[in-house]
Write a protein that binds this ligand. Structure first.
Ligand code: COA
Length: 330
């Protein structure tokens, strides 16, 4: 069996979609919607996308496996670091357990390290990825859970609209203010698709008062209220939260998960007797990081300090392109 691993070409796109469809269909056998081919397609539109990091495994002229490493800018211990998000990775079911996944992932790491990326981040099986040098339990998806008591927050005159390209400069500035000194953060990008809704299950909106943008919110449209990003422009956090809660009148209790540390949220509620704030910033084994460049001391130090529990696990918010996964719940 002679398998070749190489960077993708445009002529591979449909076969790559087929590989990801077949590989991930097994995860949800009762639902024909498979998000991974869509995620790959959306990530190809990211400004930092690099086709040399979208690798195919070819066997007898057929694409039988694929891995995508997507470049993103990270903040690690307050310093800017180039990194990649690894995923999806898939091998056609008939060719699994023959070492193809290993070849793809190892070549992906080699290429990403040679291009100067400092770290690789993923959400995956803790039994599988540590063999490639991933360290488990290194970040959280959530920060604080806020329970707001009714009344007192004025959200009259507030409205929302979809994000457009003209919003991106202030949203990017707001992101830098909010996350530029974080222990760990993933910058979604400078294109409008990095900030707008892709999945029907997640809404990305600009909240306005009399035409003035108060902030940006990205939140799940149904189920427990999870805010994936909330960035202030001219507005304050309590106003933005009150507005989202008001849109979800049916929900009780008035509870929201936020991707911001508990201490940062607490500081923004001066009348704290009307809110309960719970720290939900906990790492899960599935949230992993691999150090690609040993000379990058910030990444090594972040991993060590998080493992020693001398700092809290940082919060990673995967960009909206990954929200199409929500479509499977329609
Ligand atoms: C995961 C996947 C890419 C691995 O590719 P592969 O070519 O089968 O992997 P390899 O042959 O290089 O390695 C096989 C090893 O991986 C292990 N493995 C595969 N999938 C695994 C999983 N989900 N959890 C734990 N281990 C897994 C196998 O048990 C085997 O272990 P062994 O070497 O100790 O026997 C492939 O199985 C696949 O496409 N799965 C469906 C999609 C998927 O789950 N992608 C990963 C999302 S996190």
């Amino acid at each position: 069996m002679k398998v070749t691993v190489r960077g993708e070409r445009v002529s591979d796109y449909s076969q790559i979609a087929g590989v990801n469809y077949e590989a991930f269909l097994g995860w949800h056998p009762d639902n024909p919607y498979v998000a991974e081919p869509v995620i790959v397609d959306l990530l190809r539109h990211n400004a930092l996308f690099d086709p040399e990091l979208s690798l195919v495994a070819e066997l007898d002229g057929e694409v039988v496996g694929h891995v995508l490493l997507s470049p993103f800018r990270f903040v690690v211990l307050g310093q800017e670091q180039p990194g990649v998000v690894l995923g999806p990775v898939g091998v056609r079911p008939g060719h699994q357990k023959a070492g193809i996944g290993t070849m793809l992932i190892e070549e992906g790491h080699k290429r990403a390290a040679a291009k100067g990326f400092a770290l690789s981040v993923l959400c995956g099986h803790p039994e599988y990825y540590p063999r490639f040098g991933y360290r488990t339990g290194l970040f959280s998806l959530a920060g604080a859970r806020v329970r707001m008591k009714p009344g007192g927050f004025d959200c009259s005159g507030l409205e929302e609209r979809p994000v457009s390209a003209r919003d991106v400069p202030w949203i990017v500035e707001a992101w830098e203010r909010e996350h530029g000194r974080d222990s760990l953060a993933l910058f979604p990008g400078t294109g409008v698709s990095s900030w707008s809704s892709h999945g029907p299950g997640t809404r990305c909106s600009v909240v306005l008062r009399q035409g003035t943008p108060l902030g940006y919110v990205r939140y799940e449209a149904a189920g427990p209220l999870r805010v994936k990003e909330i960035l202030r422009n001219n507005g304050e956090l309590p106003d933005l939260l009150a507005f989202i809660l008001a849109r979800r009148r049916e929900q009780k209790p008035r509870e929201v998960y936020l991707p911001l540390p508990e201490e940062a949220v607490r500081g923004q509620f001066p009348e704290s007797e009307r809110v309960d704030i719970v720290d939900e910033q906990v790492a899960n084994e599935a949230f992993m990081i691999k150090v690609l460049d040993d000379s990058q001391t910030a990444v090594k130090e972040y991993c060590l300090e998080t493992e020693r529990k001398s700092i809290k696990p940082g919060i990673v918010v995967f960009p909206p392109m990954f929200d199409v996964d929500d479509g499977r719940h329609e």
